[in-house]
Design a protein around this ligand. Structure first.
Ligand code: TMP
Length: 218
């Protein structure tokens, strides 16, 4: 019998909002409890030569102008596309920390045009599910130490504005994951966020009926 392809599941949102913790919990759940083939990836992938340039840039060791670093982030996704497609068709579900949506929101926050920002990622693999981590802006739940280049409150607030714009024009593949409790005061506990994510993921994987993978933004 032909192998059913895996799902491409993306975690998106601001820095330090809990994406990595939740993606690890999901990976453990899908592999250990559901017995699925699964892999975790993250962008930027700092292990490649392009990724190492991005890492040096984020750590403020080298500089690039805003267009150049945007293209490097995009190239870092393109260099993974063949292995990602192969894995998906082998039946692996890919859990991916950040994708082209971070690319667009972070670069738009520097003042670049959305069409230009999107253009270099047109044709990447279309995700089956985008889990958009967000918060109530008044909740003040995130703190930034400025360790890496973009980790300041003022920059993250700009990025959030552009993430919200992307969200409002996005497709049904996007699901909101509000990390703040219903009284808009505290962070929700990890388990309740994870349970919500598992439901979205189950529905998404059940809904994959063909091995065809669409192209992003085409
Ligand atoms: P990370 O903390 O998830 O490793 O991401 C590093 C930083 O890079 C984070 O601040 C978001 C930013 N970023 C971009 O500016 N453009 C991109 O395309 C991606 C994937 C991340």
């Amino acid at each position: 019998m032909a192998v059913k392809r895996g799902g491409l599941i993306i975690f998106e949102g601001l820095d330090r909002i809990g994406k990595t913790t939740q993606s690890k919990l999901l990976y453990d759940h899908l592999t250990l409890e559901c017995g699925l083939l699964c892999e975790r990836l993250s962008f930027p992938d700092r292990s490649t030569q392009i990724g190492s340039l991005i890492d040096s840039y984020l750590q403020r060791k080298i500089d690039f102008n805003d267009h150049t670093i945007h293209l490097l982030f995009s190239a870092n996704r393109w260099e993974s596309i063949d292995s990602m497609r192969t894995k998906l068709l082998q039946g692996y579900t890919l859990i991916v920390d950040r994708y082209a949506f971070s690319g667009v929101a972070f670069t738009q926050a520097k003042g670049l045009d959305i069409k230009w920002c999107q253009s270099c990622d047109i044709g990447l693999l279309q995700p089956d599910l985008v889990l958009y981590f967000h918060r109530n802006k008044q909740s003040n739940c995130l703190s930034y130490t400025g360790d890496e280049r973009y980790e300041t409150k003022s920059f993250q607030e700009k990025v959030e504005f552009y993430f919200e714009q992307l969200r409002s024009s996005s497709s049904e593949q996007w699901k909101d994951v509000n990390v703040i409790d219903k009284d808009n005061i505290e962070m929700r506990d990890k388990e309740s966020i994870q349970n919500e994510i598992r439901l979205y993921v189950k529905n998404c994987l059940d809904g994959i009926k063909s091995n065809h993978i669409d192209e992003l933004w085409k």
